[in-house]
Structures are given as C-alpha cells and as structure tokens.
Design a protein around this ligand. Structure first.
Ligand code: PMP
Length: 404
C-alpha cells in the first residue's frame, strides 16, 4: 500500500503548518484540528450565534438548526438509526458518567455485576465504581494475557445471569489492543447484559457503525477525532435511552416545572441540561464531515504502515521493547526501556521537537497487570509521515545512547 498521505494534508492543520519542525506523535491524547473545524466554529459565532431551543428570533432558529444538524452528522457518522439516539456530552468521560448514573442507578440491584476489562481507561472504570457503591453491585475485570490481548477465556468465565453490563473499549489507549468486540457483544447479550463500547480510540481510525456493532451504548470524544475539545457524544439505542431517567437537572431538559415537581423532555433533550456546547458541536460536525470525505481505508492503511515502520525500526535498537500485541491493534506503539526512564526519554525527544506521551495513560490497572510503572506511547494520525518516523527513530537512538 502507498503509505504517504495526500501531500497537502499537513497544511490543512494550522498548528502543524505554523510549526514545520514539530513531530506530533501524541494523537491518542488529542489530535490537531484542520482549518475547516476552526473555520466552522468561527463562522458559527460570526453568523448564527444565539442560544438554542429557546427563542424564536432568526438567530436562535439558525443556532438551533446548526446544533441539530450537527447531531444528525454524528448520527450519520455512527450509522445510528435516528439523531434521537445521540446525546451531546463534554466527551467520553461525561458520556460514561451519564450512562452509569442514569441507566446504572436505575437498573442495578445488590448482587448485580458489571464486567469490565483490564484494558479500560479510568473513564470506563471510576464511574462504574461510583454506581456500584451506590447500588451494592460488584465490578469484575477480565484479565489480559501477557502479550496485552484480552484473556477471552477469563472474560467468558466472568459472565453469568448476574451480569447486567459489560463495558469494553474498542482499542486500548495505552497499548493499542483491540479486543474481539463482536464476540464480546454477542456473549454479553447471550447473558442478557447491556454493552457499553468505548470508541474514544477508534473513531479517528476506523468507521464505527453502531448498528453493526450491536452494542447498547457507544461513546466518543470530539477532540480525538480532529474536532474541538468540550464536545463528545453518547449513542444509545433509542428504546433504552427513552427509558433512562435524567441525571442532571436544569433548563432545556424539562417538560413542566413547578415546586410540586417536574416532568422531563424526551431524549436526547432530557440528558442535555443547560446551554449545550453549541459552537463545539458545529466544530465536531465539521471534523466528522472532513473525515468522511477522506479515503478512510487509505488513511488507516497509512497509519498502520507508519506503526509498522516504527516497530521494524525499533526491532534492532538495543534496550527498547514494544509493549502490547503486534496485530489487531490501533495505530500506536507503547515502549519500555531497559536502561532509561521513559520520562527522561520523552524530555530529550521534546528537545528534538517530538511530542509523545509518557506515564500511566489513565490506565493504572492495565499497567499494573503488565508489571509496568510507565510507558512511552507513540500514536499516529492521518497527517504523520514516514519522514517523521525516521526522524523519531534517529532521535530515539541518539537519546538512548546519551542516557545509557
Ligand atoms: N477512553 C479512552 C479509551 C480514551 O483514550 C480516553 C482519552 N484518553 C477516554 C476514554 C477519556 O476521554 P475524554 O478525556 O475525552 O473524556
């Protein structure tokens, strides 16, 4: 496959264009934004800014139209059956908190079990601990094997009639593992459990089709898919979402309010209390439209080719080990060093204007299971190039010699 991106892509990203020497390899944390996303937010503020859903004046109608059209774009991006299945949130974290607090609090009973995996980001662990505490439910975690893949035998052994929810990531943000999600969803459903899929690390790289996935909840963040911060989405099957109680109270989410009590709007409005992130939703829609216009199979092939180029280049570098599986993995590489601390390595790389992430990657149970205290992560996006990988490899080699 041709692993070069269309040449002008870097120029579509103003931050990259302004920093020609920068090698940005921290894309799993957040991606850079194309100009069309920044333009869409600016255009919204300059031409249509008003609050949504409240007034009937011309601008309010324009703002509401832009916001609801953004919801339709997210629904289309995820292949949802209707925009009513899409709730705007601040991001993945808030979306999982919403499901845990609303669905979890209403559905879980003492003795019920929530099955997670050791691959999960803290965002798919801590909200479940809150609701488990409140409902006397129990959390069980499917183990990983030594190579960082999910131990499917152990996963299946955890499922029982007590299992009410299975929460699983499409890709580990720390080591890239992509668990066999179809098998996981089918097994969970066979036990009558609901399934929440964390798509935060998948959306930028592969089409996520909620109907094909067959899960009950799917969540992602805009800022990891070339969109703005402060916006993300929860997708939930319409019948499930309509049956869920509200979690935050305020304006926009109500039907009628009196001091005797209140009734609530149907979903998704019921879950969007207060003024929503309107311009951010418009920016997110621009990002998703930008991505939909790309040849997504070619982008993924490009990102995977960069990963393989990196991993091949590392094979013969002394004192470097790749952590995690080498197939069925998101375009990122996690590294450990025999003779250097990853924080020192990252600092030296920063002196070469190379941005990578080092630490526990909000996945402490995973690092514990791997027996690691911190890892250095190199993660790819559409705009990265082979030349950047070669420069990274040269800088790393020099750094490790210095630190040896
Ligand atoms: N889940 C995964 C797999 C992630 O990679 C992240 C972000 N690192 C999150 C959840 C949380 O996303 P956010 O911080 O945007 O809410």
């Amino acid at each position: 496959t041709d692993s070069r991106p269309p040449a002008p892509m870097r120029n579509e990203f103003p931050l990259l264009a302004r920093n020609p020497g920068l090698i940005y390899l921290d894309n799993a944390a957040t991606t850079q934004k194309p100009a069309c996303v920044l333009d869409a937010e600016r255009e919204f503020y300059e031409t249509a800014n008003a609050n949504v859903h409240r007034a009937s004046h011309r601008l309010a109608v324009a703002a509401t139209g832009a916001f609801e059209s953004a919801r339709a774009t997210v629904a289309h991006f995820l292949n949802a059956t209707t925009p009513n299945e899409v709730v705007f949130t601040r991001g993945t974290t808030e979306a999982i908190n919403l499901v845990a607090r609303s669905w979890g609090q209403a559905s879980l009973r003492p003795g019920d079990e929530i099955v997670l995996t050791e691959l999960e980001h803290h965002a798919n662990i801590v909200p479940w601990q809150f609701v488990a505490q409140a409902t006397c439910a129990t959390i069980r975690a499917a183990r990983i094997a030594r190579d960082g893949t999910l131990d499917m035998e152990h996963f299946h052994s955890l499922l029982s009639p007590r299992t009410r929810l299975v929460g699983c990531t499409l890709a580990s943000n720390a080591i890239g593992t992509m668990p066999p999600i179809a098998e996981i969803v089918a097994a969970a459903h066979a036990h009558g459990a609901r399934v929440l899929v964390d798509a935060a690390q998948a959306v930028a790289h592969q089409p996520v089709d909620v109907q094909a996935l067959g899960a009950d909840f799917c969540v992602f963040s805009g800022h990891k898919v070339y969109g703005p911060t402060g916006i993300g989405a929860l997708w939930a099957r319409e019948d499930i979402l309509q049956a869920m109680p509200p979690w935050q109270g305020g304006g926009e989410m109500i039907d009628r309010v009196s001091f005797a009590g209140s009734t609530f709007a149907p979903a998704p409005a019921r879950f969007e209390a207060g003024t929503p992130p309107i311009a951010q939703a418009v920016g997110l829609a621009a990002a998703l439209e930008w991505l939909i216009q790309q040849d997504r199979a070619a982008l993924l092939a490009h990102e995977n080719a960069l990963r393989i180029r990196l991993e091949n280049g590392l094979k013969h570098m002394p004192g470097v080990q790749i952590v995690g599986p080498n197939t069925d993995k998101a375009p990122l590489t996690a590294l450990r060093f025999a003779h250097a601390h990853p924080f020192d390595v990252a600092q030296f790389l920063d002196n070469h204007d190379i941005a990578v992430r080092v630490g526990q990657h909000c996945a402490q149970p995973l690092l514990q299971a791997l027996g690691e205290s911190s890892l250095l992560r190199v993660s790819f996006a559409a705009y990265n190039t082979e030349d950047e990988i070669d420069r990274f490899l040269a800088a790393l080699e020099e750094t490790l010699e210095l630190l040896a």
